[in-house]
Design a protein around this ligand. Structure first.
Ligand code: PGA
Length: 239
């Protein structure tokens, strides 16, 4: 079941989503949160930073796990998702613990299995944030004929590589492989917030709500989860 909230603007969508965090952290200060990277959550993170600075939300007891990381990539690489999270959120808001898969590991399969075990030991997610790729991916779960249940090493789809090339300069090698959270930890989340913005997502959002579960649209599996809210701006809604 996906509850759809269409906001007039991106700014309104950021405030709406931030209200969900405010409610969640008030109800459970030691919440386990799943966090996402990409352009879309930046405004939401800025809103969370302002509210945290104003004393309106306290994340100091919350623990976070990010959805994915490029592989291989050094944590200090400016385009690593560790660096992204440090820049856009973790350097500005205090959390009890922040975890992201290690893009430098020599054993990616063990890294994935260990990550799933850590999420499970934490009790799973209280609130998990997802974006959606132009090809319908969630985390880096790219459209495929079959899907690993656990977190896994994934070949990025051509659409994803093209979409993310905007972040890499010409002299930087863009990773074409990533470590992605799998469907099991995602579906164990008590509550999922999908946050989407921009006209370039309108086509995939239209397909997401066409009344079908598409095997080649990983986001459509969310229709099977009991508590998903999608917050989107008008441009992404196609309205
Ligand atoms: P974006 O990424 O917010 O940069 O569009 C979303 C995604 O690929 O999941």
């Amino acid at each position: 079941m996906i509850k759809k909230i269409v906001c007039d603007s991106y700014e309104d969508a950021c405030r709406y989503a931030a209200d969900i965090y405010a409610g969640q952290l008030k109800a459970k200060p030691d919440s386990v949160l799943g966090l996402a990277t990409g352009s879309t959550p930046i405004g939401l993170y800025n809103e969370l930073i302002s509210r945290s600075r104003a004393g309106l939300i306290d994340f100091s007891r919350a623990r976070t796990f990010n959805l994915d990381e490029y592989y291989p990539i050094k944590a200090t690489h400016p385009q690593s998702y560790r660096a992204f999270m440090e820049e856009h959120l973790f350097s500005k808001v205090k959390f009890a613990d922040t975890r992201i898969m290690n893009g430098e590991t020599a054993d990616p399969h063990a890294e994935c299995a260990g990550y799933d075990a850590q999420i499970e030991a934490a009790g799973g997610f209280d609130l998990l944030l997802l974006g959606i790729g132009v090809n319908g991916h969630i985390a880096f779960i790219e459209p495929a004929a079959s899907y690993p249940l656990g977190s896994y090493l994934v070949d990025l789809a051509e659409d994803t590589i093209v979409a993310n090339s905007r972040f890499f300069s010409e002299d930087e090698t863009q990773p074409v492989i990533a470590l992605s959270m799998g469907l099991s930890p995602i579906f164990m989340a008590k509550r999922i917030l999908m946050f989407v913005s921009g006209a370039n997502k309108a086509d995939i959002i239209k397909k997401l709500f066409d009344g079908y579960l598409h095997t080649d649209l990983p986001a459509s599996f969310l229709h099977l989860h009991p508590d998903v809210t999608i917050v989107l701006d008008k441009a992404a809604s196609g309205e």
